[in-house]
Design a protein around this ligand. Structure first.
Ligand code: GLA
Length: 385
């Protein structure tokens, strides 16, 4: 029996940051990582909570003679330790990627059998976050639990607090792994692509925004501070130009995607290239009121409480009896969507901050095609009314 305990305190609210994969794939290099760290600060994103700068697959090219993972000499000439120092000097944290298989998804050496050594290396380099994938590993759920737990324990023992992101794509119900294998989040689906919809073949290992959304139904009971369902990285701002597939989303769809991820208390990990992002997409990523919904201290994930035709209602319980309500129109025409909460509430539209007054037992909004109305409902006590 292990003496190591799951430590939720490293991620009491969903992790936020930037990850290299969606925009850069295996072409990631230290200049791009550093540029993104600087941009997180200069655009105000860091101040909003986006503090993890995560290098995904492609950062290394093997192991050295001592068996230590070796950063790719051409793309990471300064090494990870020096990069971590520079990222830390900006007040940010550095994340890295490895895999529970013998190789990563890009075919580079994984951490299987080297968990303790690799956790020690990451700690020595000053790494603060590990995304841990599941390519080149057996399908079996019990074996996945063993492998994730082995790295989870190694991280807990490595002498440095490291946030642990489990990434086996939902195939083995990781949300119910015991203690989430010491993880702080677990991916629930295959990789996101930059598309709203599109009847994609899920077995093809790519999922659109709404396919990922549909796969969250029923998972809200598993989310809690320190153990989040990960809906995968944001595609906001990719504009069809990313490393991942998909032809892009409209601005309305990007905004709905962002609001839905916030309702689901998902990790908010930016995936676009911030060096070329359009200002209107940056504004979506800086949607402060939605981020507050995501980061609510109670840590509840929204539940879809109604689905009628192409209209859906999501409710996320917030601190102090408040609720965040998402009215989603998946149809092709504007639709009036209503929600019937029990009681009297003051309603704020989190899209523009408008005070919509006090409602009793019902609130409705007209929502454009593929749009999301995000509302905050604060209870009005009997004494007030
Ligand atoms: C898997 C993960 C992605 C990304 C790639 C890297 O597909 O799900 O998020 O990390 O591997 O190869």
């Amino acid at each position: 029996m292990s003496d190591v305990r799951h430590d939720p305190t490293l991620a009491l609210t969903p992790p936020m940051g930037w990850n290299s994969w969606n925009a850069l794939g295996i072409r990631v290099d230290e200049a791009a990582v550093l540029a993104h760290a600087e941009l997180l600060v200069s655009t105000g994103l860091a101040e909003l909570g986006y503090t993890q700068v995560i290098i995904d697959d492609g950062w290394h090219d093997g192991r050295d003679r001592a068996g230590r993972l070796r950063p790719h000499a051409g793309r990471f000439p300064s090494g990870i330790r020096a990069l971590a120092d520079r990222v830390h000097a900006l007040g940010l944290r550095l994340g890295i990627y490895s895999c529970a298989g013998v190789r990563t998804c890009a075919g580079l050496p994984g951490s299987y059998g080297m968990e303790v050594e690799d956790a020690a290396t990451f700690a020595e380099w000053g790494v603060d976050y590990l995304k841990y994938d599941y390519c080149h590993a057996p399908d079996d759920r019990d074996e996945a639990i063993r492998r994730y737990t082995r790295m989870g324990e190694a991280l807990r023992r490595c002498g440095r607090p490291i946030v642990y992101a489990v990434c086996e794509w939902g195939s083995r119900q990781p949300w119910s792994f015991p203690d989430l294998a010491h993880g702080h989040s677990a991916r629930t689906t295959f990789d996101i692509i930059d598309a709203w919809d599109g009847n994609l073949d899920y077995s093809n290992r790519g999922a659109s925004v709404t396919q990922i959304l549909d796969r969250q139904h029923g998972l809200h009971t598993y989310a809690a501070p320190g153990r989040w369902n990960d809906l995968d990285m944001l595609v906001v701002g990719l504009g069809g130009r990313g490393y991942i597939g998909g032809g892009g989303c409209t601005d309305t769809e990007y905004r709905s995607h962002f609001g839905l991820w916030c309702l689901h208390a998902a990790p908010l990990i930016i995936g676009c290239d911030l060096r070329t992002v359009r200002p209107e997409h940056l504004d979506i990523l800086r949607w402060r009121a939605a981020i507050a919904v995501d980061q609510d201290p109670c840590g509840h994930q929204a539940e879809r409480v109604r689905r009628e035709g192409r209209c859906e209602v999501f409710v996320k319980a917030l601190d102090r009896g408040a609720q965040a309500v998402g009215l989603l129109n998946r149809g092709e025409r504007p639709a009036v969507i209503d929600h019937k909460p029990w009681g009297r509430f003051r309603v704020t539209d989190l899209g523009d901050g408008a005070d919509l007054g006090v409602i009793e037992n019902a609130v409705g909004r007209e929502v454009p095609p593929h749009g999301l109305a995000l509302l905050r409902l604060d209870p009005c006590g009997a004494l007030e009314g």
